[in-house]
Write a protein that binds this ligand. Structure first.
Ligand code: F6P
Length: 472
């Protein structure tokens, strides 16, 4: 029976070794939840890196056996590969370029060669597991070359690719020395998916100008075969977030946090530590808000959770210092014995704690400089039930295309961000609830299961259409 193979850089589980014993911690990520019920079915499989460097072949064997029971298969990466493929080309070349931070991008031939070699490594592992009639669904920017590598070996396979980060405009994408090779890699798929229509448009424009292939209604005709490019805005597991937020445990936690913050209005900020998230810009806007609206002193607290990420990459280390410095400066300037304007937490938290934060937040401040989608804003809305709350959302996040009832801002316009905070903190409750419920309706319907469903349906449709094109 044909099976579905999902491939992503990381497996939906994190491997850790404690006192010589392996532990497997399931991921809470959106993709893992969305695909959870699918990859565990029948002989389906998820292939990826288990999140830890393991060099001992016996240990590798044992891990493969353990993961096999959970329908997962590992790709082991060496320390050099982590440095040059993951931290290097993926996160120091592609990530900054695709997020319009090309001034941060490193162009290094050695990093590129390791990126090619690791994509080939994933390809070899998949080939050991795949049958010609299987469907292979590849995820994200770490594996841009994989579709074509697989296509060469499995010409008739059904191959999907989805990019979870933005695809930049042609003028930015063309800066990459390996732009042609990257596009050649992506067009090996039958269906290339993006979060937004703009990402899709940028990709089609680069394919046209760099590879010379035009397109019609999203179809790219490559001569020997055609592929479809389309947008699929990713949703969240709405019911899961709504249910957790409604649980007794979360309500209890919210009460404890609230008691500690007395009558404060809470503005919430949650992100991975990443320059694309606009954390320093957000802090400066909050500082200006305190300067312009002294009547809010001792009445508002910014609760800021920053989740450690990619801390071996130089730009992330620099950003950490900048954030620490800014928080110290603002708190130093405005704190009173009974009030700290910013409560800053640099660590990761379980979903129940996040949910309690979402519940208690009067305002969520989600202001990335650039974001493929952004799920935090969707999780906030899903956690609100019938409660009031205001979402301030960057126009540069893919989610802004769906959540037009949020207060949409340009994160570079500090005065607009300040004005939007004031508007949010003084908005009548009825208006808050009306906007919230419209966003909730849409997120409930276009949830993660819907996203997986329409992507898979479209992929099947592409295969049928390709067959009819070949015979006509
Ligand atoms: O947004 C892209 C993404 O790869 C997500 O899929 C992932 O959750 C996040 O970035 C963090 O990535 P990592 O910790 O694997 O570098």
């Amino acid at each position: 029976m044909a099976k579905l193979i999902i491939v992503s850089n990381r497996l939906p589980v994190k491997l850790q070794e404690k006192e010589g014993k392996m532990t497997y911690k399931p991921s809470e990520g959106g993709l893992a939840t969305g695909l959870g019920s699918i990859y565990k079915k029948d002989d389906n499989l998820w292939i990826g890196w288990p999140g830890m460097v393991v060099e001992n072949p016996e240990k590798q064997q044992q891990i493969a056996v353990d993961l096999h029971d959970e329908n997962m298969h590992p790709v082991f990466l060496t320390e050099t590969e982590i440095r040059e493929f993951y931290e290097g080309f993926s996160n120091e070349t592609l990530w900054p370029t695709f997020h319009y931070f090309s001034q941060y991008a490193v162009y290094d031939q050695q990093l590129w060669e390791t990126y090619v070699a690791v994509n080939q490594k994933y390809c070899d592992v998949i080939l050991e597991q795949a049958e010609p009639e299987d469907t292979i669904w590849i995820h994200d920017y770490q594996l841009l070359l994989l579709a074509s590598m697989l296509r060469e070996r499995l010409p008739d396979a059904t191959i999907g690719f989805f990019l979870h980060i933005p695809f930049p405009s042609y003028e930015v994408f063309r800066l990459l020395p390996w732009r042609k090779e990257i596009l050649d890699g992506m067009v090996g798929a039958d269906l290339v998916g993006f979060h937004t229509y703009d990402d899709m448009r940028h990709f089609l424009s680069s394919v046209n100008r760099i590879l010379g292939h035009g397109s019609m209604h999203g179809w790219i005709n490559m001569g020997s075969r055609s592929l479809l490019v389309d947008s699929f805005p990713m949703g969240i597991d709405y019911d899961k977030y709504a249910e957790i937020a409604d649980s007794d445990e979360v309500k209890k936690r919210e009460k404890v946090y609230r008691n500690n913050l007395s009558d404060q209005k809470i503005v919430l900020s949650i992100d991975r530590l990443d320059y694309s998230k606009g954390i320093p810009q957000r802090l400066r806007a909050f500082e200006l808000f305190l300067e312009q609206y002294p009547e809010f002193h001792e009445k508002v607290t910014l609760v800021m959770l920053v989740v450690p990420s990619r801390d071996a990459v130089e730009k992330y280390k620099e950003l950490k210092e900048e954030v620490d410095e800014l928080v110290g400066r603002i708190n130093g300037r405005y704190s009173r014995i009974t009030w700290n304007p910013i409560q800053y937490f640099y660590r990761s938290y379980p979903i129940e704690t996040l949910s309690a934060f979402y519940r208690m937040a009067d305002v969520a401040l989600v202001t990335p400089m650039r974001d493929g989608m952004n799920l935090v804003c969707k999780e906030y809305v899903a956690s609100k039930h019938n409660d009031p709350g205001v979402l301030i959302l960057s126009e540069m996040a893919g989610a802004s295309k769906e959540l037009s009832e949020a207060i949409l801002i340009n994160p570079n316009d500090i005065n607009q961000v300040v004005a939007s905070m004031h508007k949010a903190l003084t908005m009548p409750e009825e208006e808050q609830k009306a906007c919230m419920s419209r966003m909730q309706e849409s997120l409930k319907r276009y949830n993660i299961h819907h996203w997986v469903g329409i992507y898979m349906d479209r992929l099947n449709y592409v295969k049928i259409k390709q067959m009819s094109m070949a015979t006509s």
